[in-house]
Design a binder for this molecule. Structure first.
Ligand code: HEC
Ligand code: HEC
Length: 490
């Protein structure tokens, strides 16, 4: 995006403008939609009892089912085994134990001495990308790679995002030699409390405890036609098997926390400024956070057979170019950097060929918002305050376009549909789900009826899971919405 000056209307600051800044050069979209997960997002899913039967349905391919299935199925379907029972999961630690991902030595090492491997990511291009930040990063915990470099049958990965009442799991089926993807949903006391869940329930260690109603859904079910569809990113061609993802899988692993890289250290410093050094982070013991190791995760993903990623992010070239364009990077990310290598990956993603490319700079945060939210979190930890704001609201507004969360400025209606819809609505995805009746890459063949339905779903007043594009992924302005509607009217 070009940097233009801040054009506020008489005293009315536009989102993204730097109010009171003598050099207001960093402008974001004129309005920003909050990244909400609509309350009815999982309404299409089976109720818990039926979901259990679906998970534990033996299709005949596993002679010792469930004991020769992937670890999720094996553990959650133990009621099929004589004398067995469905495991009682009361929190994240129980789930880690079931998956064999417990830290047996909380002050030990990463992926050694019986500990699982782990890595922490401060800017994601996955399901909850618009909510993953340096102070609310995603924590990945996984089976450590084998010393002999061979694939380990039955390996497992878990992804933990603060703020969400679910955990994502990739679980290798040793018989079929395939990756199965699961979302593990849970409730907390606040789920049914008047007023619902607050940031203190969801964005603090409280999220990891006192779970109820734990239920498991696989990416082969109705989950496919919800916003939490895993396959749009893990199986971008429906006829190909599901893959593991890691776009930044080469050093210096731009958005990953690491003591071994300049950027990784800068991210760790921002994280600690909010969380201190004594707080366990999700599945990861406090004493281990600084040992986050993206190289270990990349090695494990390569062993599993997924070293080659679609539209890979060339971290070394991009970070060097960004630094050359803005010398205070990566520690200071305003002014923003620029990188031709990054631009090529971004353009390919925005043309609808790939999922969003990660941002060019190491930091995705607005320094002032980050300072405010970090102080709020510290005050909550010290007891100086009892409630929290949504501390994930720290994104640099002027970076939203380059993060892939907002369309390119000046795009026409057709281009907006490609940038904002095609990732989930293209002919390579599962043709059997209703969502696939709206194919942006086949717009010229689309019926009038389908276009009219899309116009309804673009209505600004919608607040349900039917609202398009889902703000969890994309933010558009009212003008951009109208341009897409005008194109669909033709
Ligand atoms: C919008 C794209 C997208 C969607 C949707 C998505 N993922 Fe991912 N997933 C990724 C990317 C990209 C990564 C790599 C880390 C990152 O960027 O956060 C990833 C990483 C993971 C990992 C860690 C192992 C690995 O592949 O690196 C797990 C586990 C995972 N996802 C599970 C799921 C599950 C389960 C779902 C569906 C409920 C899902 N994901 C939906 C893009 C996505
Ligand atoms: C992150 C994925 C995602 C993106 C991006 C997305 N959609 Fe959707 N879309 C869905 C899902 C999931 C459904 C199914 C919702 C339902 O009906 O329960 C859906 C359903 C639809 C349908 C209904 C199709 C039918 O015939 O049943 C239309 C029309 C639609 N989307 C239009 C759009 C438009 C227009 C955009 C871009 C402005 C867009 N979508 C962006 C995920 C997405």
């Amino acid at each position: 995006m070009n940097r233009t000056t801040c054009l506020g209307i008489a005293g009315l600051a536009l989102a993204g403008c730097m109010v009171g800044d003598p050099n207001p050069v960093e402008v974001g979209p004129s309005s920003i939609e909050a990244p909400v997960i609509p309350a009815d997002v999982f309404a299409p899913l089976n109720e818990p009892g039926a979901a259990h039967l679906e998970l534990c349905d033996n299709d005949g391919t596993h002679p010792l089912f469930p004991d020769d299935a992937d670890v999720i199925t094996r553990q959650f379907c133990q009621d099929l085994v004589p004398g067995g029972a469905i495991p009682q999961v009361h929190g994240l630690a129980d789930l880690q134990a079931l998956l064999g991902l417990s830290f047996v030595d909380p002050s030990g090492g990463n992926g050694v001495g019986g500990n699982p491997g782990f890595a922490i990511l401060g800017h994601s291009s996955a399901l909850t990308a618009r909510k993953v930040t340096t102070i609310t990063p995603t924590a990945f915990v996984f089976t450590p790679p084998a010393a002999d470099g061979k694939k380990q049958p039955g390996y497992v990965f878990m992804a933990f995002d603060p703020g969400e009442q679910f955990v994502e799991v990739a679980s290798h089926d040793p018989v079929a030699d395939e990756v199965n993807l699961y979302v593990v949903l849970f409730d907390q006391a606040c789920t049914t409390a008047p007023g619902g869940c607050t940031p203190t329930d969801l964005l603090t260690p409280a999220l990891t405890r006192d779970w109820t109603n734990v239920r498991v859904y696989e990416s082969e079910t109705a989950l496919n036609n919800t916003l939490a569809d895993c396959r749009q990113c893990h199986a971008t061609h429906d006829d190909q098997p599901q893959i593991l993802r890691m776009q930044e899988n080469t050093p210096p692993f731009t958005h990953w926390f690491s003591p071994d890289t300049e950027g990784g250290r800068a991210l760790l410093a921002d994280f600690h400024a909010a969380h201190g050094t004594a707080e366990d982070y999700g599945p990861i013991p406090a004493a281990l956070v600084d040992k986050s190791d993206p190289a270990l995760m990349a090695t494990m993903i390569a062993q599993a057979g997924f070293a080659t990623q679609p539209n890979a992010f060339d971290s070394a070239a991009i970070e060097a170019e960004v630094k050359a364009s803005a010398s205070a990077q990566p520690v200071n990310n305003v002014p923003r950097g620029d990188s031709p290598t990054w631009r090529a990956a971004y353009d390919a993603a925005m043309a609808g060929q790939f999922i969003a490319a990660p941002y060019h700079d190491v930091k995705i945060t607005d320094p002032r918002k980050l300072a405010t939210m970090s102080a709020a979190y510290r005050d909550w930890m010290s007891g100086a305050r009892t409630s929290l704001p949504d501390i994930r609201d720290v994104f640099l507004d002027s970076g939203l376009v380059d993060m892939g969360f907002a369309p390119s400025p000046g795009a026409d209606g057709k281009r907006l549909l490609v940038e904002m819809c095609q990732q989930c609505h293209n002919a390579n995805l599962d043709p059997t789900i209703t969502r696939d009746k709206f194919l942006v890459d086949r717009l010229d063949q689309m019926s009038r009826e389908e276009k009219d339905l899309a116009i309804e779903r673009l209505a600004p007043a919608l607040t349900t899971r039917l609202r398009m594009p889902p703000t969890l992924f994309k933010s558009v302005t009212p003008e951009e919405r109208q341009k897409m509607i005008d194109t669909l009217r033709q």
